[in-house]
Write a protein that binds this ligand. Structure first.
Ligand code: ZN
Length: 496
């Protein structure tokens, strides 16, 4: 295999990168594969790989299956219990990835695949991919190309920032802080994470018999029959007037003229209640703040549909209804004087004699599957923030859902990145990782900075920060909790 064949797949020019970021804006459709090597080019190298299974009936492999596999490798890397002939130890794997960065993709391929020192199925385990997937060698080369591409795009940790006090001084000296938030900052308010295993909205829908709960947020389904959404949506209706100490901390950054932009994945619109200025807030998945008519597109404040949502009844567009009122033609009414909805009229009436215009259904402007993400997201990120941001703080999100998960890749790698959450996100190399409840972590940061978070629920207990076992990792919480977290980390490390 010529190095160029694989390297050809791994272009990392900025414009290519931009395309790949842009491609992920559709939450449904996976990004297309980059230009791949023709099958013919690979035939002569199959012999190199003793583990080839020779299968070539793979027209069934879907692009999304391949991408799912790579995501899995990234978030839950494959690790063999007994590394040896078919996989590497974690240390060997890291050495290989470091070598890739050091020598570049051309020489990396030469030193491994071309020289015949390692088989393709073993090599991909250095990137967390399983060696025993039901794919042929040809497909494994495609996977390797994508692995290399992802690895070279991955930002490296900055070695100069490691401690919680480094985090505090970064926050104190930075003036254009990008804050990326997720469900974790709202859970202390009792708002469940959609996807969490037991308490999430999706798991509740499954209990109610919706085998595929994401269908509730499918635009096509909504347009066909909005009643499903309107029957269930009251559970995710945001409460007004409350925010968490973490929201208040972000507001504090704004008050101190330090907040550049808050990108939130939450649709609860609590950032707005916390007083984050609209021009500094990007609701990446939309929100309940506004609702739009599916027919005439008129936009109204979200509150206008809340009562219908609470009553589990479909909300219709008042602007459409008003137009219909003044419609000059003869129209048919139901007995209660309301215009019939499309879903309630029967076929026998649909013969044109009563050509009744129908009002549009209102939809909250949360981003459904099948809808594009707000263009403001990309405009703000690429045209405004990317060039001037001086610190990134990620709070309460596992960073596994695009496009938010792509943001750190898109900013200059010298911009420091701090991560705050209950569990570490090892697929991204943050400089400082502060583990604990977000509300506790921000309370400790504020205390060390001699700042005051204006919120009644800020933890008044004595909090401590104990170093974790990985460089840059800290456990933060009440003394017993933080120490126990570190203990546990240590015991796991000893077992390994
Ligand atoms: Zn309308």
């Amino acid at each position: 295999m010529k190095a160029d064949d694989v390297v050809g797949l791994t272009s990392s020019q900025p414009d290519k990168h931009l395309e790949s970021v842009a491609r992920v804006q559709d939450p449904i459709n996976p990004p297309p594969l980059p230009q791949l090597v023709e099958h013919d080019d690979l035939e002569d190298v199959d012999d190199l790989d003793e583990e080839s299974d020779g299968s070539d009936d793979e027209s069934e492999i879907s692009v999304s299956a391949l991408n799912d596999e790579l995501d899995r490798a990234e978030y839950e890397p494959y690790e063999d219990d007994e590394p040896g002939p078919i996989s590497f130890t974690p240390a060997e794997a890291k050495e290989l990835r470091d070598r890739l960065r050091r020598v570049g993709p051309n020489r990396f391929i030469e030193q491994t695949i071309t020289s015949g020192t390692v088989g393709i199925r073993k090599l991909v385990t250095a990137f967390g991919v399983r060696p025993d997937l039901p794919y042929s060698t040809t497909w494994y080369y495609r996977i390797l190309g994508l692995c290399i591409q992802r690895e070279l795009r991955r930002r490296q940790k900055l070695t100069e920032y490691n401690t919680i006090d480094d985090a505090v001084s970064l926050i104190q000296k930075s003036n254009k802080i990008m804050v990326i938030t997720g469900a974790g900052i709202s859970t202390s308010l009792g708002i469940p994470d959609f996807r969490s295993t037991n308490s999430g909205f999706y798991s509740k829908l499954r209990l109610l018999g919706h085998s595929n709960p994401e269908d509730v947020f499918d635009l096509e389904n909504f347009d066909e029959d909005p009643t499903t959404f309107y029957t269930l949506a009251k559970d995710i209706l945001p409460m007004t007037g409350k925010c968490s100490p973490t929201h208040a901390f972000i507001r504090l950054l704004q008050d101190k003229q330090k907040l550049l932009t808050n990108y939130t994945q939450n649709i609860d619109n609590i950032e707005a209640y916390a007083g984050i200025e609209p021009e500094k807030l990007i609701q990446c998945h939309g929100s309940w703040a506004t609702a739009s008519c599916r027919k005439c597109k008129v936009e109204v404040p979200g509150e206008a549909i809340f009562e219908d949502v609470r009553q589990s009844r479909v909300s219709y567009c008042q602007a459409c209804l008003d137009r219909i009122e003044t419609y000059p033609r003869k129209r048919k009414r139901t007995s209660n004087g309301k215009v019939r909805s499309r879903s309630s009229h029967s076929d026998s009436e649909d013969d044109g004699r009563y050509d009744v215009p129908q009002p549009g259904v209102m939809k909250p402007n949360i981003t459904f599957f099948g809808e594009k993400l707000p263009t403001r997201f990309f405009d703000r990120l690429t045209d405004h923030d990317a060039a001037i941001v001086d610190l990134i703080i990620v709070i309460g999100t596992s960073m596994k859902v695009a496009p938010v998960s792509e943001i750190p890749n898109y900013v200059d790698e010298k911009v420091p990145q701090i991560y705050i959450s209950k569990e570490a996100a090892d697929h991204i190399n943050f400089d400082i990782t502060l583990l604990g409840y977000c509300d506790d972590v921000v309370a400790e940061l504020a205390k060390r900075a001699s700042w005051k978070i204006e919120h009644e629920n800020v933890n008044k207990e004595e909090l401590v920060a104990t170093p974790g076992i990985k460089t840059g990792h800290w456990n933060i919480g009440p003394a017993t909790t933080a120490a126990a977290a570190t203990e546990q980390e240590l015991s796991v490390a000893v077992e390994e």
